[in-house]
Design a protein around this ligand. Structure first.
Ligand SMILES: NC(=O)c1ccc[n+]([C@@H]2O[C@H](COP(=O)([O-])OP(=O)(O)OC[C@H]3O[C@@H](n4cnc5c(N)ncnc54)[C@H](OP(=O)(O)O)[C@@H]3O)[C@@H](O)[C@H]2O)c1
Length: 485
């Protein structure tokens, strides 16, 4: 069976790729917007096709010879009309699949009813309807899931942060609405098995475990974490205020917080029993077990994908983000690291930020992060996915990894709210660590901003480079690599 996986760099797609690769009989082709987001270790196991669902020619090429195509794409977060883009994307995909004689489309959408759906859910429903529009030419299996419990998923990060940070959680009215969460491993199993279903008709399959309210989800998660939490109902907390409250208390962006609150205003529960009928061998994990599994992955630092590393959102698109030559201000510093092995220097560069911190001036970074969060930026809360490794496309506090050449170069592009665009580059050249800050100001305020913060750079950036070298030295001592000092 030859499979095309779209959205292969997204939250669900990255994990489904791993699941599909477990079956050696499958031939897997990935359809991605930027092939640099796929790590080298996969390159000889998959075919990679670059393109976009808005580029029909790239779709045509990617679908050639394909039997089953997964559709794991959405346009939420784009500045324009995301519902219109979602429609166009699904129409292009359906047309291209029919032309290429694909047998089956498998799509993962959201759970819920059309008459009470939020704008986001409505667009997911429209996408499913478009993809299912031509049953005489192609079969569509449309799987619908509500809140997904998994390490790095936005909803789970909200639950985890609220429960871990607040002994008393104020709860608005929407926390009483019924919903039906499901563990990520079950979602992947339904998607995986859907390719082999023995039926020719279109299907809508609603999936979920136990029914419960968001309030129960908080209480039950706190029990799993061994924490006693008090929930205080505050009926005056409007959806808008709730969203602001969520962005202050959790790492998610305003857009995601708003989408979640909107979604939870109406019930999102299973509408059919097709999951049991067509997938009798899957018994979804209980909510508690799904929470335990997600927490276990976080503890073991085994997070495969996160909510903030992909999306149609402009800030997540790494294309055209690496244009440092456009910068007006460039601040380059060179630090000699003597006989410390250069691989240790690079390992140390790769581990900056997140829980590992930004060295001596950490408090200044935290202050900048708080200011950023208050003005609507991501702040520092996104942290890092893995304590030691980065991959292109990863979020790193308020930065995004744009380029990563092992042992040679790391380029970060700013995602904080700035009157311009900033980049931070580290490169290793012989025995020198070269650290460069680039800034492209936007208007007069942008230039003013640069001169205002320039004095702070002396502390922040020289300490950063020295910290990197110091940690590299410690790393080489711990790992026993001879520095020949
Ligand atoms: N995550 C959840 O909790 C959840 C819950 C219920 C249902 N779902 C459904 O699952 C599906 C996948 O969601 P997700 O959370 O995995 O999304 P995601 O993390 O935001 O990933 C979206 C993926 O789509 C790619 N993409 C976006 N626009 C594209 C285009 N025009 N052409 C080609 N690729 C494009 C992105 O590429 P880049 O990496 O280049 O950005 C990324 O790989 C969606 O239909 C969603 O409604 C998700």
């Amino acid at each position: 069976m030859k499979i095309l996986l779209t959205g292969a760099t997204g939250y669900i797609g990255r994990r489904l790729k791993e699941r599909l690769l477990e079956d050696k009989s499958l031939q897997l082709r990935l359809f991605v917007r930027n092939e640099r987001k796929i790590r080298d270790k996969y390159r000889d196991r998959v075919e990679i096709f670059e393109g976009s669902t808005f580029d029909k020619e790239s779709l045509r090429k990617a679908l050639e010879g394909i039997d089953v195509a997964y559709y794991l794409i959405h346009s939420m977060g784009t500045k324009g009309d995301f519902a219109k883009l979602d429609r166009l994307s699904a129409e292009n995909f359906l047309r291209a699949c029919i032309d290429a004689n694909v047998q089956r489309i498998i799509y993962l959408g959201g759970l819920g009813r059309k008459d009470t759906a939020s704008r986001h859910l409505l667009s997911r429903i429209e996408t499913g309807e478009i993809l299912s529009r031509r049953p005489e030419s192609i079969q569509t299996i449309w799987i619908r899931a509500g809140i997904i419990i998994g390490s790095g998923s936005a909803s789970f990060e909200i639950i985890r942060n609220l429960v871990q940070k607040l002994p008393m959680i104020i709860t608005p009215r929407w926390v009483h609405t019924k919903t039906q969460p499901i563990g990520i491993s079950d979602v992947l199993e339904y998607l995986f098995q859907a390719k082999d279903l023995d039926t020719k008709k279109n299907l809508v399959v609603d999936i979920g475990s136990d029914q419960m309210s968001f309030k129960e989800m908080l209480i039950r998660a706190s029990k799993v974490m061994g924490l006693r939490r008090v929930l205080i109902p505050v009926p005056l907390l409007t959806p808008r205020l709730s969203s602001y409250w969520l962005i202050l208390m959790t790492p998610v962006s305003y857009r995601i917080a708003k989408a979640l609150v909107e979604a939870l205003k109406s019930e999102t529960v299973i509408q059919n029993d097709n999951a049991k009928r067509y997938f009798p061998h899957i018994s979804p994990l209980s909510y508690e077990d799904a929470v335990k599994t997600a927490l276990g992955e976080i503890e073991k630092k085994q997070i495969i994908s996160r909510w903030c590393d992909s999306s149609a959102e402009e800030v997540c698109d790494i294309k055209d983000q690496g244009r440092i030559e456009a910068a007006v201000f460039v601040e380059k510093s060179v630090y000699d690291f003597g006989k410390i092995p250069s691989e240790m220097i690079f390992a140390s560069i790769q581990s900056i930020g997140g829980e590992n911190g930004w060295f001596r001036c950490d408090w200044l970074w935290k202050l900048r992060g708080t200011v950023d969060k208050l003005v609507g930026g991501p702040g520092l809360n996104r942290g890092r996915r893995d304590p030691a490794l980065l991959r292109v496309g990863d979020s790193l506090d308020f930065w995004k990894v744009i380029d990563l050449k092992k042992g040679k170069r790391l380029l970060l592009s700013s995602q904080m709210k700035l009157p311009g665009k900033a980049w931070l580059e580290f490169s290793v050249e012989d025995t020198a660590l070269v650290q460069t800050v680039y800034f492209l100001p936007q208007g007069l305020w942008g230039r003013l901003y640069w001169y205002l913060i320039k004095p702070f750079h002396i502390f922040i950036f020289s300490d950063l480079a020295k910290g990197i070298i110091k940690r590299a030295k410690a790393l080489s001592i711990w790992t026993g690599i001879d520095m020949k000092l």
